[in-house]
Design a protein around this ligand. Structure first.
Ligand SMILES: [Zn+2]
Length: 844
């Protein structure tokens, strides 16, 4: 295949006038792109996808053009190079793909309505208007939009509206920006607005299906996040406003369009009176993430998609830095430890995973590099390491210079490292490149050999692997001063162990704070010492021990049977992050037992033993004024108690259900899902099922919707499972954006697994047609691989997906997921007897 040329090399736009006329009724739009730019050669290419091109002119004269759908292009022949104005007339259909310009559907008081929104990242601006749709092709834009407007509708975009004439809304000229960040939305919107200290207008917009107070939380977080970033970056917010718009249909979580951020409703709006603390934390971090991008990503943009990590890794770190600054009592970095860190460590251990920095050209593959566990989570952890190395003063100074040097333009990873390097006087790039360019991460083995404490590093794998002899520059963060700060070699001898132990007076520990991207295999002497003092360890260190042991067991360098014996020691912890790590291990044990077997009963008894005292302590109902730790721990305990079929827990949940049957949405949000699951599973019938399904259709509360999805998909009734599956294609009940959660719910249900698996195989083509154009499509395969754990399912998975390996954008995912299931099947086959014996041994 010929090397792809970036269109920007042939034609460089300076300014666009975009006119769009959108008709919702007829589901179509037409428009004109007028592009002033500079032609480097006479044959140029402009992006388009799914557009019908009526005419192309250069400097007012018709020019020859050819539609090249394979390259998503219009090929244009100019009569000369140099400055020119290209005018393109086009039309297209409005489709329900959640890409380009698309409708979102919702109901108010039983009346069906729609609003129009946009989603252009990565390569869908070309579906809305002809343009050079590459991040480097920055230009200014004048947007003008007309639509089949009626009274009471509002239209918003990146910039403020300057005038309306003959029904056309004209927006102010944008700053120099990339096409993928253009956005607009219109319909019957409500909003709440405020102003930051520095005078930026901040607003939250949503449909009128929501109560007005659902906008308050987001408005407060958005305002304070912008104020925080202006101070931290020492660079003013560059636009007059920052609008946050919730769209009822939205594929990803949120999108950082400059000045008009779009969100899934679940990640922006919440009921301030009844939302779990966990959900509030999540919404706050999503908002802070998108607003971090307004500088990092929007003001300064990656030059090409290979440096996507520059955008996403950075925003992922900053969401925690920002929320930690504005809500210090939340201890938001704990969420990083229980979500991003394990996701990165798990995914990054499979051979074939992409590095954070990944070469990519083909549009179909650009979407597939948004591997959240790598580009977001691992990349963020990598930057957390960089932050720890240079310190906040140098980080802020470096960023200020980086923004000043590259604003309204583009940058690469090397530009960031050099800015941080200049500010700190360290060769940051040399250390970070080993993490950025190489896939995977090391396990550091700490051993006492001939009396000497020695450390060695080797790449850690879960599943089949080829060792490529990789080496990392590892910030060791030891609690012993004698250990070097950075381990650059394969092996290090620290010194005489007995002497070191004596001098330091505490067990030897690496990666304190768990912020470096590696795991540790301690030898027996060192591990015994640590476990002997486990009560003196802080919560993060306890989490880290459980997490590393679990990963080592997945990688066959430890055994789950050993961990089973340790779990009771941690079961009394009041820390939510220790419980998160504990119940993640315990959850993995479920794969070792067959449905309805004696082994399963024993495992249930073990869950009961782990959770019973905490259940007694915490109870079902949240107490006013209880600690964040208790609020966040309760869900783990209730979940465990229900798996254990703890009779008291089942009875309490049932009575909560009965007492609230007419107002289920009002159950305390932190426990509602467990009350509903318990009811469906243990007392379920057609009437309860119908009531919940009806509530699902009617409620605009995204948290409540998620709870109902979790409850209904846990039914054990095969008739009801079959009925649920008929709803998968009914967009009036289950929106395409939410289908994956429903599918996962049924698949992960022992009684639903077969039906869900049959459904997806029979409907793969439909799924591809419905959500195939979308960045999240490949994650359906990830979901399946996270559930399967038997030889039979492995064979079926291969039979179905192996022929799809050549599909652009799915190749890596399918190969990795086969490896994930293979390694799990081997683990279960090899270790189930030992694991079940260990469970027997600890159950009292
Ligand atoms: Zn992002």
């Amino acid at each position: 295949m010929a090397e792809l040329t970036h269109f920007y090399e042939k034609f460089q736009p300076d300014h666009y006038d975009i006119y769009l006329d959108i008709n919702r009724e007829k589901k179509q739009f037409s428009g004109r792109s007028t592009i002033n730019g500079h032609a480097k050669q006479q044959s140029i290419s402009i992006h388009q996808k799914f557009l019908k091109i009526q005419a192309v002119q250069a400097d007012g004269k018709a020019v020859p053009f050819k539609i090249d759908d394979q390259n998503e292009a219009i090929q244009i022949e100019l009569s000369k190079t140099g400055d020119t104005t290209i005018t393109i007339d086009f039309s297209a259909k409005l489709t329900d793909t959640m890409m380009g310009i698309y409708p979102s559907y919702y109901e108010v008081d039983g009346v069906k309505k729609q609003i129009i929104g946009t989603q252009f990242e990565t390569t869908a601006a070309r579906q809305a208007f002809p343009c050079v749709d590459e991040p480097e092709a920055k230009a200014t834009f004048n947007l003008a939009v007309k639509y089949d407007e009626h009274d009471g509708e509002t239209i918003i975009s990146n910039m403020p509206e300057v005038k309306t004439e003959n029904g056309v809304h004209y927006f102010d000229t944008t700053m120099r920006m990339s096409t993928y960040l253009i956005a607009f939305g219109f319909g019957e919107l409500q909003s709440k607005q405020t102003t930051t200290k520095s005078g930026v207008r901040v607003g939250v917009f949503a449909t009128k299906a929501h109560k007005t107070d659902e906008l308050d939380f987001a408005l407060d977080i958005a305002k304070r996040s912008i104020e925080f970033y202006e101070d931290f970056y020492q660079t003013p917010y560059p636009l007059p406003h920052s609008w946050q718009l919730a769209l009822p249909d939205f594929s990803a979580g949120a999108m950082e369009n400059w000045g008009l951020v779009t969100y899934r409703e679940a990640y922006l709006l919440l009921d301030p009176k009844n939302t779990s603390f966990e959900m509030k934390q999540l919404v706050a971090t999503v908002i802070a993430h998108e607003l971090a991008h307004q500088w990092f990503g929007d003001l300064v943009t990656m030059k090409w998609w290979d440096d996507l990590w520059l955008n996403e890794s950075f925003a992922n770190m900053m969401e925690y830095v920002a929320i930690d600054a504005i809500e210090p009592d939340w201890h938001i970095w704990e969420v990083f430890q229980t979500s991003d860190v394990p996701a990165a460590l798990q995914r990054d251990a499979t051979d074939g995973v992409q590095p954070v920095h990944v070469q990519v050209e083909n549009p179909a593959e650009i979407d597939s590099i948004f591997d959240a566990a790598i580009v977001y989570a691992k990349g963020a952890r990598m930057l957390v390491m960089a932050r720890a190395l240079v310190g906040d003063a140098a980080l802020r100074k470096g960023l200020k210079n980086y923004f000043a040097a590259h604003k309204f333009h583009n940058a690469t990873g090397a530009d960031l490292w050099s800015a941080l390097g200049d500010a700190s006087g360290m060769d940051v790039g040399a250390i970070m490149n080993s993490w950025l360019e190489q896939p995977g991460y090391p396990v550091v083995t700490a051993k006492v050999v001939d009396g000497k404490l020695t450390l060695t590093q080797q790449q850690f794998f879960i599943g089949e692997s080829k060792d490529a002899d990789r080496k990392w520059q590892i910030p060791l963060n030891s609690n012993y001063d004698q250990v070097p700060d950075i381990m650059a070699d394969k092996a290090v001898t620290v010194g005489d162990y007995d002497q070191l132990r004596e001098q330091n007076g505490k067990p030897f520990f690496l990666n304190a704070g768990n912020n470096s991207h590696f795991i540790i295999q301690y030898d027996e002497t060192l591990m015994k010492d640590i476990l002997g003092h486990v009560d003196q360890l802080d919560a993060i260190s306890q989490l880290q021990i459980l997490q590393d042991l679990r990963l080592l067991a997945d990688g066959r360098q430890n055994s789950y049977a050993n961990i089973v014996l340790l779990l009771p020691r941690f079961a009394g912890s009041h820390s939510n992050i220790v419980n998160a790590a504990l119940y993640r291990v315990a959850g993995n044990l479920k794969k070792f037992v067959a449905p309805k077997s004696t082994e399963k009963h024993q495992l249930q008894a073990f869950f009961n033993q782990l959770s019973a005292a905490q259940l007694e302590r915490l109870g079902w109902e949240p107490k006013s004024g209880e600690s964040n730790n208790d609020q966040l721990t309760r869900p783990y305990i209730l979940n465990a108690a229900l798996y254990a079929e703890n009779a008291a827990a089942i009875a309490s949940a049932h009575s909560l259900f009965e007492a609230n049957q007419s107002k289920l949405a009002a159950l305390p949000a932190g426990i509602r899902v467990f009350v509903l699951i318990n009811e469906v599973k243990n007392f379920g019938n057609k009437a309860v099922f119908n009531q919940l399904l009806d509530d699902y259709r009617k409620t605009a509360d995204a948290s409540y919707k998620q709870d109902i999805c979790a409850a209904l998909t846990s039914t054990t009734d095969s008739g009801l499972i079959a009925e649920l599956i008929t709803k998968f294609k009914d967009a009036d009940t289950i929106k395409p954006q939410d289908l994956r959660a429903w599918f996962r719910g049924v698949l992960a249900n022992e009684d639903g697994e077969q039906a869900a698996w049959d459904w997806i195989r029979a409907n793969w083509q439909w799924l591809e047609d419905t959500v195939g154009g979308d960045m999240e499509f490949g994650t359906y395969i990830t979901v399946i691989s996270s559930v399967f754990h038997t030889s039979q399912r492995l064979a079926e998975f291969k039979a179905f997906f192996e022929p799809k390996i050549p599909t652009p954008g799915l190749t890596r995912e399918i190969k990795m997921d086969i490896s994930v299931i293979e390694s799990r099947v081997a683990l279960v086959n090899d270790e189930k007897d030992a694991v079940n014996q260990a469970v027997n041994q600890v159950v009292k």
